[in-house]
Each structure stands twice: as C-alpha cells, then as structure tokens.
Design a protein around this ligand. Structure first.
Ligand SMILES: Nc1ncnc2c1ncn2[C@@H]1O[C@H](COP(=O)(O)OP(=O)(O)O)[C@@H](O)[C@H]1O
Ligand SMILES: [Mg+2]
Length: 370
C-alpha cells in the first residue's frame, strides 16, 4: 500500500501541469498558423496586384502575356525557399528550447554536496548526535526547530508525533538526502558533511512502508542485485526472519521471479521480505519509517517477532504509529510540529503525563491515573 495521499496530490499536480501545457500548445499553434497564413497570403496578394496592373500593359502592348506568366513563376520560386527557411527556424527554436532544458537539468545543484576530502571513519563505534538541528524545505516554513538528541550504539530509538511533525525529515537528514540548515549531525563526532556519502549510507538500512521490488528473482531481490553478497548469507537472513520455508516452497524456490509490483505476495509477506532484505545487509544502523503501518493484527504478531530479531542489539530508529512497537524502545522522542517536546523511556514519559502519555492512554484505552 503506497501513500495514497501523496498519490492524489501527485495526480492533481500532474493534471494541472497537463492543463497548462495544453493551453500553451494551443497558443503556440494559433501563432504558428497565423504566421503561416500571412506567409502564404503575401505572394497571392502580390500575384493579384501584378495581374490587376498588367491588364492595361498587355492591352497597350507594353508587355506580353508570357512575360507576366514568367514573373508569377519567379515569385513562386522566390517564396518557396522563404517558407522552407521559416520552417527550419521554427525547428531550430524548438531544438534550442530543448537544449536549454537539458542544460538546466545538468546545471541543477544537488541538495547536498559531497566533500572532496572525507574524514576516514572506521565503522560506527559510539553514538549519533543531533545538535541544535533546524531545517526547512522552503524558507519561512520551519520543519524542524532546534532538535537535539543522541542515539547510543546498540540502542533503539523511536520517534513519535502526528503526521507532518517532521519524523521522516529527521531520517532524511540522517541519511543525508538534505543537510541541516542550522546545527549539526555527527556520528562518533564526525559531521555527516565531512563523511564519504557512500560510506555513510552503507552503514544504514532503510525499511519503508512498502518494499521496492526489482524485476528479478527472490534471491536478487533480497540482496538488491548485489551479486557480491553470497547466497548463504541471504538464506541465513531469511531463516532468521522465519520465511525460509515459505520461500523454498515457491515453484522455483529462491529463483522464482517476482512480479515487479509484488502482486503474487501478500502484504505481510512483502513486509517480511523487506525485513529479511534489511537483515541480509547486516546494517550498523537500521531505520524503519512506518514499516508496519498497514499490517493487519494477525500478521502484526508475526512481524513483531521478526522485528524483535531484526532489532536485537542493533542501533535502530523506528517510526511507527502503533505504540506497541514503540514501548520497547530504549528511548522515545516525541515531536510536535517540528519541536522535540519530550524524550525518555516509555515509563519515564508515562510518568511525565505529557503528550506521549496522553497518546498512550488514548490509543490503549487505559484510563488515566492521577
Ligand atoms: N520534500 C518536501 N518539500 C517541502 N515540504 C516538505 C517535503 N517533505 C516534507 N515536507 C513538509 O515538512 C513537514 C514534515 O514532514 P515529514 O517529515 O514528512 O513529517 P512526518 O514524517 O512526521 O509525517 C510537513 O509539513 C511536510 O508537508
Ligand atoms: Mg513520515
């Protein structure tokens, strides 16, 4: 299940762009037709004038009919290349327009700049730290406001907050799809901006709401086409996730080709597949963004068990709606419209009787105790 809100939004935006395009095309074609009309009309008018005037001259015997006829033929000959040139100019302008677009794309600055001299890091040893991080996508519209927190190696951190509170943005900053506008994010004291991007991203596995499938068989999908990952490792991960038997039962086992949209798998199965893929990579840091949002309660129990295995002893950041997934986290971070309003363990936050406690009481239906 993809994010349908986003889909609606994209479709309406696409419609708008299309309508604009249609209107521009219409205007351009009107202009083109007008120019064409004038260009074709001009020689006809000239011919008409010549004929009109030459009647008297022919009568007077000044010129012969043959001369007039020749004259008209010359006009046709002269006009033809002009028409062709104008057509070529139009084509050229189109080519220039397309060229501009190509250069525009080539000149687009990436959101983040890769450093020329990356600091050498030796894996992930101690902690991730967000320090006074502020961020916005569009100026004047702050998305994260002065956020500070740490994630110790081996611990799990859950981020909770309403839709739009900035949870995914925190992940986008940590995976360096954007850089903070203010403040810094460091891993073992090294600013992400000073790290080799590939090295940074190879530390992390990101599990999203829906698994992205490649055209290919199960094996290749689990190792994301990385042939250098041995098959044994993929199989071991699938055993840990409890889907080995299930996958072996497929007609061609791990060599079964999946349809690209995964239509031959249930949602829970795809979820397990995506966990198994994450485990195959044995990431230092595991990130899950609403990976369990659209799972039915029956599958959830199964997924919950797999998730525990996946998370065990691993540095992890989990964004989830269901508080049951979050309760176990070592630290819970509560966001409210881009501000970090509470952080602590489940018990600490319940005792605080703040936003998290209210959320918990509302969701679980457990009566508030004073
Ligand atoms: N690429 C983007 N460009 C502009 N605004 C964005 C973009 N992504 C998210 N936002 C806005 O930033 C805010 C936080 O979004 P997000 O981090 O996705 O929240 P959450 O994951 O908590 O639902 C929202 O107001 C959202 O509309
Ligand atoms: Mg989000």
């Amino acid at each position: 299940m993809r994010n349908l809100n986003n889909l609606d939004w994209s479709i309406s935006k696409f419609d708008k762009v299309n309508q604009d395009k249609r209107w521009y095309e219409f205007k351009i074609s009107i202009m083109e037709q007008s120019v064409w009309f004038v260009m074709m009309l001009c020689p006809q008018v000239v011919i008409y004038l010549i004929l009109y005037n030459s009647i008297d001259w022919i009568k007077a015997g000044t010129i012969s009919i043959g001369t007039v006829w020749m004259f008209i033929q010359y006009i046709h000959l002269a006009v033809q290349p002009l028409v062709m040139i104008s057509e070529q100019i139009r084509e050229l302008q189109r080519a220039f327009g397309a060229g501009d677009k190509i250069f525009e794309i080539l000149d687009t600055e990436p959101e983040v700049k890769e450093t020329d001299r990356p600091v050498k890091v030796d894996g992930f040893m101690h902690r991730i730290e967000f320090k006074n991080v502020s961020f916005h996508y569009e100026s004047e519209k702050p998305v994260l406001k002065n956020i500070s927190f740490t994630i110790e190696k081996g611990s799990s951190v859950a981020i909770v907050g309403a839709t739009g509170s900035g949870k995914t943005t925190i992940i986008s900053l940590l995976t360096r799809f954007y850089d903070p506008v203010e403040g810094s994010i460091t891993i073992d004291g090294v600013d992400l901006r000073d790290m080799d991007m590939k090295e940074l991203r190879s530390m992390m596995s990101l599990v999203l709401q829906d698994i992205f499938l490649f055209p290919g068989d199960i094996m290749d999908n689990l190792r994301v086409l990385r042939k250098d990952i041995p098959e044994e490792k993929v199989i071991e991960a699938s055993k840990k996730m409890g889907i080995y038997n299930y996958l072996s039962d497929f007609p061609q086992g791990f060599k079964t080709v999946l349809s690209e949209d995964g239509g031959n798998l249930s949602f829970g199965e795809r979820q397990l597949l995506s966990f198994s893929r994450a485990l195959t990579f044995e990431p230092e840091i595991l990130i899950m963004d609403e990976a369990t949002s659209s799972i039915d309660p029956y599958t959830e129990a199964e997924i919950q068990r797999s998730m525990e295995k996946l998370l065990k002893g691993r540095t992890s950041i989990i964004i989830a709606h269901r508080l049951s997934t979050i309760e176990e986290a070592d630290k819970i971070i509560v966001l409210d419209r881009g501000e970090l309003v509470e952080q602590g363990s489940h018990d600490e936050l319940i005792n605080l009787k703040g936003l998290y406690a209210n959320l918990y009481w509302t969701q679980t239906g457990i009566a508030k105790r004073d």
